[in-house]
Design a protein around this ligand. Structure first.
Ligand SMILES: [Zn+2]
Length: 113
């Protein structure tokens, strides 16, 4: 399962930080996830809750910030948000675009005690 693999790698990173800074418990983990990653919030949260049981991360809240898909028109440089499938440029009608946001997946911050 895609989400479980992600949770595993997130927890590995956080546990390293927990050890490094001698943190006793983690209250909240904030993730930034782009709309193009295909990661579902509910599945990710469910995996996280199960995975962190009986670990220093047990009880930590997973907060997720979603980043919408943003593209730049290769013809006129117009930047706009779009869903899937990608919308053509509203300025010039061109369909050749470059993705500039939406692929994010990273730990933004940790709230600890
Ligand atoms: Zn354009």
């Amino acid at each position: 399962m895609h989400e479980l693999a992600l949770v595993r790698s997130i927890c590995t990173i956080i546990n390293e930080k927990v050890r490094e800074f001698g943190v006793s418990s983690v209250v909240q983990v904030k993730l930034v996830i782009g709309a193009l990653t295909g990661v579902e919030d509910t599945t990710l949260k469910a995996c996280f809750e199960v995975y962190v049981q009986e670990s220093p991360l047990a009880g930590a809240v997973l907060a997720i910030e979603r980043v919408p898909i943003k593209v730049r028109c290769r013809e006129c440089g117009n930047e706009y948000e779009t869903g899937l499938p990608f919308a053509a440029c509203a300025v010039c009608g061109n369909k050749a675009i470059k993705i500039i946001a939406g692929k994010e997946f990273y730990i933004d911050s940790l709230e600890v005690e």
